[in-house]
Design a binder for this molecule. Structure first.
Ligand SMILES: *[C@@H]1O[C@H](CO)[C@@H](O)[C@H](O)[C@H]1NC(C)=O
Length: 224
């Protein structure tokens, strides 16, 4: 009889197929497992260390100061006597037409914007701003250059605090943070600097033509 033979063949091929299927599933699982392990270290070890550091700092302080300038109130009395002891942070911009003042923060909650307007910023914005500043202070202090595709005429944002921040960033933009040259294991601009320059550039919002700036106050601050 032929039927039993066919059955045996079928059973054998079913067994063979099952073994093949199991092997395939295991092989797939193994491949997925190893590829997910091997896909993360695309960059150097120091890059990952840097990122982990930034992620740690990010988790610590979720609130953001984005929008601080539009939330700020003009200080009622125009006269403001900026004191070095109160100066928390200052930002300038180097351009091909010279250096211009961007912003200064003074404790307990004042900001002087790019137009020389004295603003009172909210306590939470001030704290969040300061937090990003502290994260930037923890980074290597150097000149960073971002490859934004524009070769010339990029402004340089200079960031300073009395407590250790002394950093410049060339070519900052919101589209890419890819550095012209990797530095200290970073291939992209460290996140605190990307955020901080976004914050300082808010100080240009709604600034009057340069002639209407309070240059007296700006010069006073720049001499601190
Ligand atoms: C500019 O700032 C100085 C110093 O705070 C102040 O005395 C002066 O009134 C300000 N000028 C204007 C037009 O607000």
């Amino acid at each position: 009889m032929e039927l039993p033979n066919i059955d045996i063949h079928r059973r054998r091929s079913i067994r063979r197929f099952s073994a093949y299927a199991v092997t395939l599933v295991l092989a797939t699982l193994f491949f997925v497992g190893t590829s997910s392990f091997s896909s993360s270290p695309n960059n150097s070890g120091t890059q990952r260390t840097g990122d982990a550091h930034v992620h740690h700092l990010k988790r610590r302080n979720p609130p953001s100061a984005v929008g601080w300038h539009s939330r700020a109130l003009a200080r009622p009395t125009p006269a403001y006597d900026p004191q070095q002891a109160d100066l928390v942070f200052g930002a300038l911009q180097y351009t091909n037409v010279g250096t211009r003042f961007t912003v200064a923060l003074f404790s307990p909650y004042y900001a002087v914007d790019a137009g020389g307007r004295v603003l009172e910023i909210t306590a939470s914005d001030f704290a969040a701003f300061q937090d990003v500043i502290q994260q930037a202070e923890a980074l290597p202090q150097t000149g960073w250059g971002v490859d934004n595709g524009i070769k010339y005429e990029n402004p340089v944002d200079a960031l300073r605090t009395a407590t250790g921040l002394s950093t410049t960033v060339y070519g900052w933009n919101t589209n890419t943070g890819v550095l012209l040259t990797p530095k200290f294991g970073y291939t992209t601009l460290p996140a605190p600097l990307q955020s901080l320059i976004g914050l300082v550039r808010e100080a240009w919002e709604g600034t009057a033509p340069p002639g209407a700036y309070n240059q007296t106050l700006i010069d006073q601050i720049r001499s601190l």
